[in-house]
Each structure stands twice: as structure tokens, then as C-alpha cells.
Design a protein. Structure first.
Lengths: 349, 383
């Protein structure tokens, strides 16, 4: 039986909870916030106060678990899988922030546990809830681009995420750098659109900490549109072009970071280049709200989670394989001076 | 014991120079590098390195004691805000004296002689004077603190680089952006002394300051030792961009005349003004607001009415707050006051002392340094 309102707790009161999860929860009519949980209870209290929220505050989720139907897990990466497993085992539905785990096998274990318990495990791939994700799927299914050729996906900017705990720069806590942090979003989308990755090559700029700032990946998908080749680049240090460009035989489609709720399609009509901006007609709500709503409706049994454990594991397995087979991005400008070669240049002093 | 087998502590590690210092320490095989990190979210570059990121703040001495741990060498590249330059350096020196630190390399700046160093400041023995610029004067005061700590037994070395450029340097990224936006003019035909130092040449000097005992207690100018002008520096970036247009030329006199009846300097009572106005974006934003423009005008008038010595004292405390800038009446671009002061320098600093005592030899000449910058700018999507 599903109660009228979903009694929910939020675990982890860092930046993503403050900026996205809590506002979405407070805005959702079918959710009742029971507790904010953070090992730093001062932080949890401050968050509750800042939004004038009346709820319990606790350093530990375990004593509260009997009062909850569902929980959002927004802890540092390394705690996603173990805590999700524990909470599912206790009979509570989980919406877990990405990445679901640091290792794909742990993500699969979470998925299996949810299935075994008959509970919902949704993974916080909020990008799926921007209109551009669905629009791309529609355009591809329609065959509007013609036979698919290739894609380029660039996403990057100076890292500026004001993490409360600073876990992002610990391999043990974060599992990796730019790839597992937001590359996971892109890979999840790309796999969803173009199918499983059948071949890849991967390079990054990790110098030994395991926290890469830049990564470049060449991919080959074999899915429902046949063989599609692509290139993915992510950066935490430099602004990149910040767009996804999919090239087909008849048209190309572009998603731009500036407007993730639209898709631009370019083609020629009668030899004239034309450009269409596609949008969905539904009202513009935050991707995190839509993600929460998908979680709620999945608990009610009217929808399925947009991303489940097995789907999350697919992207994570690929990232795990990338890290295991990484080559270093050549950085001739970083070589020690004695090894610096004279380079061809246009520069004349 | 080789210093690379001990613990090396780097401040300013999330910045351009400190970041490269950390990379070079890793390349040199340093056993243990600890980097002071004030803003974790800026740590993406050094986050790649197998070093320890230590949260802390130069203004909180307890955090420094903890972060220093068993360090024997300190490379102090941190700056922080205007207050932090002196106080932060003093805090760090105190923490060092209490701990295990032997050698302290202090990153000062040739700008201790001002943005336009006066003739006579070619060598390190030229006496410091108040310049009226908060950054310059506070860097000078910080040198004083370092020298005093040296007298009390810490092995200190002070380096005074000038225009440090290289991959990740905002001199290059900003210049590329400004060129694209047509916001660059050649001042006085670009003849001003640029005093470039490629970041790896500077790191060589830092390492030499640690390795060489004769360095202790000394101050060294560090440049590439080439007479690179601002025209050279700007044209090198134009070549990277394949920038074909002629740059507008502006004379110093013309710029000064343009500034004369423009407001833009805020005096001392507003402590944050220095920091705010150092940010060009905010400065431009402020000047678009009529009330701010009027306030600036009023304060500018008030400031102008004070005697020059008072003005200089105020400026020295809060920083020279650059005047507004933009296209002049005839549509020509007029650079801001900092650019004007920096690019009209005539002094080329001598690196003879560094050569003699540190055995410093700049290994990367300007053409090669610029080529490396170009490669990096391409990789980083700036070109």
C-alpha cells in the first residue's frame, strides 16, 4: 500500500541538496519531508533554518528509517552504494545521486537488492529530465537526421562546485575526477541514445592522484542505429564548446549547454540551410523536480525510474574500463624544461 | 638529505605559479608535497597530482600549523586579498619558526618598485619606497617581514619575478580575450619593458634558491633576461590568433588626458572597494549604475582635493583603484590605468645577481615559451 504522501528523508546536506534536492522536495505536493540527515548536524540545522523547514535533523539515518518511505542519498560518492544497499535492505525506496557507485559491480548489487525487495531504486541522472534528452530520442527515432554518422560532445568549464565536504579531490571518496563526476551524465545519455559502446579509446590528464581534470574519449556504439562513432571531451579546467553535435546524412542536431531544454536541428531545404529549434510543450520545471516526480510516480507504480541500477552500472562499467585503460593526454607544455623540444610556431618575438 | 626527500609545503598552490611549482615538484620526484588549499573548488589542476591537499587559510595561523606538518621547505606563492599579503605572510613565517621548516622561498614581485618602476630600480639593492599601489606596497611590506624572520634564523630567499607567463597564465588568456574583443591598444608604440619570465624559468630559480645555500638572505630579480617589450608580448599573442588588424596606438599623454576628467577612484573608508575595483567586470558593472558613478565622482573629487602625500598614503592602504576606461570620444580604445602603468615601464631588471649567486640560467627563451603557451591555449580551447 502506498501512503498518500511519501515520507521522505534527505541524506547529506551539501551543495546539491541545498541547491536542488531540497527545493524540489519542498515544491512537490506528494512528498513530506521527515528528516534532514548529515554527520554535521549544524549544517543540517542551518539548511532547515534557511528554508524555514520543520523536520527532524539527525546525524544518522538508521534510527529514522522506520519513519521513512523513501530517501534521497546525496552523500559523497563512496557512500552512495553502501548506504543505498543498507537503506534498501531496510525496506525504503532510494533516489541515489550519481554516480550510484564507484564500481559497476556495486551498482549492479544495488539494482539487484531493489529488485529482490520490490523497491524503487532511481539514480539521479538529472540530465535525462531536460527536454533536450527526450527531443534527441524523438528526432533519432523519427530518422529525421538520416543515417547517423558521428557525434562530438564537449563539456567543460573551470570547476566551481562549492562542495561542503571537499570530497571531490579524494580518489577514495570520489572514485575519480571529471569522468565519474559529470562524464557519467554524458555517457549515460549517449548510451541511452546510441546503444552500448562496442569500442573505445580513452586518455586523461591524471598525474597519479586518480582525479583527472580533463578526459578525451573516442567511442563506437553498436545499437539500433547501427554503428555510430563519437568523441567525448570533458574538462574541469577550461571552458569547452559545451555542446553535443550529432551528424546525420540529412541533418545535424545540436544541444547547447546554454539551453538544455531545446534541440537545434540544421538541414537544407531546396539547397538553403535552415535551422529549427525544437521544444517540448510542457511547462519548464527544474530537472531535479521532474526527477523527483519520476521517483514518486515510480513508487506509486505508475512510472518506472528513468535510470535504474542496471542502466547506471552500464555507464559506470565503461568509466571503470576507461580508468583501467587510460593513456595520458600529451602535455608538451608540461614537460620539464630540459625535455622541451623546439616546436613549430607562428610566433615571432 | 636531499630537500626532495623531505616535505615541501606550497602556498598559493591553486594559482598559476603555485600550480606549476606543484607539477614540477612531482616531476622532480619530491617525496612528499603538501599544498595549502584555501578554496577547494579551485583545485582541479593540482587535484590531478599525487600530492596532499591541505585545507587552510593564510589568515588562520592554526590551520597553517596543521597544514605545515613536518615540512622542511616552504615555497610561499600565496597572496590572498590585500590584507592577506602582509598578515598571511607573517602568520606563515610564525608557523614556520615554530615548526621544522629550514628554507623559506618567498614569491615577491618586481612590482615592489611600483607598476612603473623608476629608473634606478634595475638592481635588487635599490631601496623600496611607497608606490601608492596597495598590492605593490603590501608586497614590499611582506618582504620586510620575510627579511626579519631571516634575521631570526629562518633561511629565507626572496624572488622578485615580474611578468610571469606560461600555460594557465591569465596574462595570456586575458590578452587573447581582449584581442578578440578589440580591447587592446599599443601604448607608446609598445616600447614599454615587459620583463617576461616563463613560469618554468621561475621554477628553476625557486629550486635553485632551495638547493643553493649562498642564496639565503638574498633577494633576486627573476626574468627571462631578454629585452622583451609589451609590443613583442602582445604581437606574439596576435600571431597565435592570426590577428590581422592593426592595433590602435595610444600615447601615454593621450591616455592621461583622457583620465583627467574621468572619475573612478574610491578612497579609504570602504575597505572592500580595493578588492571590488580590482575586478574589471565588477568595475565596469559599477560604472554602469548612475548612483555608483555619482558616488565615484564625488569621492574622486574629494580625493583630488587632498595633498599628494595624503593621497599617496590612502592609495597605499586601499590600493590604487583604477580609473574607468573605455572608448574615447573618437572611438579609440583607451586602456585602464593599471595597463597604462604596467605597459609604460622603461626599466629592464637585471638578473646578474641571480646568475652569479643562484647560477640561474633562463632555459626557455621567449619564442619557445610563447610556442608552449600557444600549444596550451589550443588545447584549452582558447584559440
Amino acid at each position: 500500500m502506498t501512503p498518500n504522501k511519501i515520507r521522505l528523508g534527505i541524506l547529506g546536506c551539501g551543495a546539491i541538496t541545498r541547491l536542488e534536492h531540497l527545493p524540489a522536495v519542498l515544491a512537490h505536493p506528494e512528498v513530506e519531508l521527515i528528516a534532514l540527515v548529515d554527520s554535521d548536524t549544524d549544517r543540517a540545522h542551518a539548511l532547515a533554518q534557511s528554508r524555514s523547514v520543520q523536520c527532524q535533523v539527525s546525524a544518522d539515518y538508521r534510527p529514522l528509517i522506520s519513519q521513512l518511505d523513501a530517501l534521497i542519498n546525496a552523500l559523497p560518492n563512496s557512500l552512495h552504494a553502501p548506504v543505498t544497499l543498507d537503506v534498501l535492505r531496510a525496506g525504503v525506496h532510494v533516489l541515489c545521486e550519481k554516480p550510484l557507485a564507484i564500481k559497476a559491480s556495486d551498482a549492479l548489487a544495488c539494482g539487484a537488492m531493489a529488485e529482490q525487495q520490490g523497491l524503487v531504486l532511481a539514480v539521479g541522472m538529472n540530465r535525462r529530465f531536460f527536454a533536450s534528452h527526450k527531443l534527441m530520442r524523438l528526432v533519432l527515432d523519427e530518422g529525421a537526421l538520416g543515417p547517423l554518422k558521428s557525434y562530438n560532445c564537449d563539456w567543460g568549464g573551470a570547476f566551481d562546485w562549492k562542495s561542503a565536504s571537499g570530497f571531490y579531490f579524494s580518489k577514495a571518496l570520489a572514485g575519480g575526477g571529471a569522468m565519474i563526476d559529470f562524464g557519467v551524465h554524458l555517457l549515460d545519455s549517449l548510451i541511452d541514445w546510441f546503444g552500448p559502446v562496442s569500442a573505445f579509446s580513452y586518455q586523461d590528464d591524471d598525474w597519479g592522484s586518480g582525479i583527472e581534470a580533463n578526459a578525451i574519449m573516442e567511442l563506437q556504439h553498436s545499437g539500433r542505429y547501427g554503428l555510430v562513432e563519437g568523441r567525448l571531451q570533458v574538462s574541469r579546467t577550461f571552458p569547452l564548446k559545451n555542446r553535443l553535435l550529432v551528424r546525420g546524412g540529412q541533418a545535424e542536431a545540436e544541444v547547447n549547454i546554454a539551453d538544455l531544454d531545446s534541440l537545434i536541428v540544421r538541414r537544407t531545404i531546396g539547397g538553403e540551410p535552415v535551422c529549427q529549434t525544437l521544444r517540448l510543450s510542457d511547462a519548464k520545471t527544474s530537472s531535479f523536480y521532474k526527477q523527483l516526480d519520476n521517483f514518486v510516480q515510480s513508487i506509486r507504480g505508475t512510472q518506472k525510474p528513468e535510470v535504474n541500477g542496471a542502466q547506471a552500472a552500464a555507464a559506470l562499467q565503461l568509466i571503470e574500463d576507461c580508468y583501467a585503460n587510460a593513456r595520458r593526454i600529451p602535455e608538451p607544455w608540461s614537460e620539464v624544461p630540459s625535455e622541451i623540444r623546439t616546436l613549430p610556431t607562428k610566433v615571432r618575438a | 638529505m636531499n630537500w626532495l626527500d623531505g616535505t615541501v609545503f606550497v602556498t598559493g598552490a591553486t594559482g598559476f605559479i603555485g600550480g606549476r611549482v606543484c607539477e614540477r615538484l612531482v616531476q622532480a620526484g619530491a617525496r612528499r608535497v603538501r599544498a595549502l588549499v584555501h578554496s577547494t573548488h579551485r583545485a582541479a589542476r593540482i587535484g590531478r597530482l599525487p600530492i596532499e591537499l591541505c585545507p587552510g587559510d593564510l589568515l588562520e595561523i592554526d590551520s597553517l600549523r596543521q597544514a605545515l606538518a613536518d615540512s622542511t621547505v616552504v615555497i610561499h606563492c600565496g597572496v590572498g586579498n590585500a590584507r592577506g599579503i602582509v598578515r598571511g605572510t607573517e602568520n606563515l613565517l610564525s608557523a614556520c619558526r615554530e615548526g621544522t621548516v629550514k628554507r623559506f622561498v618567498h614569491m615577491s614581485t618586481a612590482a615592489v618598485y611600483g607598476l612603473t618602476p623608476p629608473p634606478g630600480s634595475e638592481t635588487e639593492d635599490a631601496p623600496l619606497r611607497l608606490t601608492g599601489d596597495g598590492y605593490c606596497d603590501n608586497k614590499g611590506r611582506a618582504e620586510g617581514a620575510v627579511l626579519r624572520a631571516g634575521q631570526q634564523g629562518l633561511q629565507v630567499v626572496i624572488l622578485r619575478p615580474s611578468i610571469v607567463y606560461g600555460p594557465y597564465s591569465s596574462w595570456s588568456t586575458r590578452l587573447i580575450k581582449d584581442l578578440r574583443e578589440h580591447r587592446v591598444a599599443l601604448i607608446d608604440e609598445g616600447k614599454g619593458a615587459c620583463n617576461t619570465v616563463y613560469v618554468d624559468n621561475l621554477v628553476d630559480a625557486i629550486f635553485a634558491s632551495i638547493e643553493n645555500d649562498r642564496a639565503v638572505g638574498n633577494i633576486f630579480f627573476i626574468t627571462d633576461g631578454e629585452a622583451i617589450t609589451w609590443g613583442d608580448f602582445i604581437r606574439a599573442h596576435m600571431a597565435m590568433l592570426e590577428y590581422k588588424e592593426e592595433l590602435p596606438e595610444v600615447s601615454k599623454q593621450e591616455a592621461l588626458a583622457y583620465y583627467k576628467d574621468r572619475p573612478g577612484v574610491v578612497a579609504g573608508s570602504v575597505k572592500a572597494a580595493g578588492r571590488i575595483l580590482r575586478s574589471r567586470e565588477l568595475r565596469q558593472l559599477l560604472l554602469q549604475i548612475p548612483v555608483a558613478e555619482r558616488t565615484l565622482t564625488a569621492v574622486w573629487g574629494r580625493m583630488q582635493s587632498l595633498p599628494e602625500t595624503r593621497q599617496q598614503k590612502i592609495r597605499s592602504r586601499v590600493g590604487v583603484l583604477p580609473k574607468s576606461f573605455g572608448p574615447s570620444k573618437n572611438g579609440r580604445f583607451i586602456p585602464d590605468e593599471i595597463a597604462l602603468a604596467t605597459q609604460t615601464a622603461s626599466v629592464f631588471f637585471s638578473i646578474e645577481k641571480a646568475k652569479r649567486i643562484l647560477d640561474y640560467r633562463p632555459r626557455i627563451p621567449f619564442t619557445q615559451g610563447a610556442a608552449l603557451v600557444e600549444q596550451w591555449l589550443r588545447f584549452a580551447n582558447y584559440l
